[in-house]
Each structure stands twice: as C-alpha cells, then as structure tokens.
Design a protein around this ligand. Structure first.
Ligand code: PEP
Length: 260
C-alpha cells in the first residue's frame, strides 16, 4: 500500500548486472534520505532483485518484478512466480508493460490472470496500459484504455483498490524520446480515472494512483507532475542513471509540495 506521495518507479528493463544494480541502490539509498516526499519503487532485472534486497531492506525503497507468471510453480521455462519475487524482496510487480504486450504478444486475458495471481499472492501491482500511435491517430485511445482496464481487471473487485497502481504509458512515447504533452497525458489520465470510478464505484480518487510513463526525464518532469491527475511516473531509460532518476524525484517532490 502507498500513501499520497508521488510514486517514482524505475523500470530497468534488460539493463544492469546485479553488481551495477547494487551500486545504484547504494547511491539511491543515500540520496533518498533527502527525498522523503516521494515513494521510490525499483524494478531491476530478475537476476538483480535478491542482490538489491540486501541494500534496500532497511530503507523505504521498495522493489518490483518486471513481470511474472500466474502459476505458482511448474514447467514454465524462463518464468518467475509471485512467491519467488516476494521471497527475493519484491512487494510490487509490473504487469502488462507495452513490451510484454507488443513484443511478447501478451493478451489482456493473460495479463488479467497475472494481475489476479499477484494480488492473491500479496504483491501490489503496477498495471500498464496505453494506446499505440495508430490507435491515437484513429481516435481510439479511450476505447483502448477502456478495454485494457476492463479486461485486465475483470473479476478482481474483491481486492483493495489501494494495492493497484495504473501506469498510463502511450506506446508511441516509450523509449522514443517523444513525450506526451501535459494536455495529452492529462486527458488520458482523466479518462482512466473516469473508467476506474465507473468500475469501482465509491472509490476515492486517491485509492488508485495513476502514473505517467513514456520518455520522462528531468527536462519534462515538472510540467508533467504538475498536471492534474498525474500521481507519479514509471521511468525507463532515464531511471538507469541514479543522478537523473533522483533529479526527477526531486522535481516531483518540489512540484507536489508547491501545488499542495
Ligand atoms: C518504460 O519502460 O516503462 C518507459 C516508460 O520507458 P522510457 O521512460 O524509456 O520511455
């Protein structure tokens, strides 16, 4: 569960050895002492998680798996289960990242099974959604978000909404250097919020955080985080450098303090 601080989540994708991750985590643990106004979540590669847990265990920095399988165990070569992530030190897992959807062909139904298994196992979930460029150009953004949210969360109403974070990540902005404008991101976050409110009636807005992801860096973080409806970031490329990652966190911390 998370509080009202902006979430600054790092998705390292397939970068950083355990040793490189360890060095980063040590530096972050020190820098984070001055960044108590944000919530850090690091998603290292699976091989680094256990190693990082040692550095992060006495800090408020949490870790996420980048993916998981819905089965508890079994003949699933190359996969990791929820309990394996938890036993290695994760309290979160990212599910439905656009690279899982579009490079590895994961369907909404497959993603729903993983979200269900993660929540059932006790992991908190960052579920990623977002439209491709052709969807946006054909004015299908809202329909895509609706379908990904509806299908991804089908039948999961029994779980506390606070254990779920949605990352809105337009596919055309991920790793491209093309960032959504505050207007585009704000509109999409408003649509996500409206769909969630419909799905979970009575839910307080703060219960499910909605992060923006897609080419976030220190140069664009201020205008994005001060856009109404953006509760934090999921950051890929810019999270690989500890100074840049902490600059983004500092900007978020300052902007949210200013606007509160
Ligand atoms: C991501 O991988 O979730 C992401 C947003 O990447 P980038 O920040 O590099 O666009």
């Amino acid at each position: 569960m998370i509080d009202s601080k902006p979430v600054i989540a790092a998705n390292w994708k397939m970068y950083k050895t355990p040793q490189e991750g360890y060095q980063f985590a040590r530096q972050l643990a020190t820098k984070a002492l001055n960044l108590k106004g944000v919530k850090f979540i690091l998603a290292p590669s699976a091989t680094a998680i256990f190693h990082l847990a040692e550095v992060l265990k006495d800090t408020p920095i949490e870790m996420a798996g980048q993916n998981m399988h819905f089965a508890e165990e079994g003949a699933f070569t190359g996969e990791t289960s929820a309990s394996m992530l938890q036993a290695s030190g994760c309290t979160w897992v990212i599910i439905g990242h656009s690279e899982r959807r579009h490079v590895f062909g994961e369907s909404d139904d497959f993603i729903r099974q993983k979200v269900a298994a993660a929540l059932q196992a006790g992991l908190n979930v960052i579920m990623c959604i977002g439209e491709r460029l052709e969807d946006r150009e054909a004015h299908r953004t809202q329909g895509v978000l609706q379908q990904q949210l509806r299908d991804g969360l089908e039948g999961l109403d029994e779980y506390p909404a606070e254990r779920l974070v949605i990352a809105y990540e337009p596919v055309w902005a991920i790793g491209t250097g093309v960032v959504a404008s505050p207007q585009q991101a704000g509109d999409a976050h408003g649509q996500v919020r409206a769909i969630l409110n419909q799905r979970f009636p009575g839910l307080a807005d703060a219960d499910v955080k909605i992060l923006y992801g897609g080419s976030v860096k220190s140069a664009n973080a201020a205008e994005l985080i001060s856009t109404p409806g953006i509760d934090g970031f999921l950051i890929g490329g810019a999270s690989l450098d500890v100074n840049e990652y902490c600059s983004i966190a500092e900007i978020a911390q300052n902007e949210v303090q200013v606007t509160n």
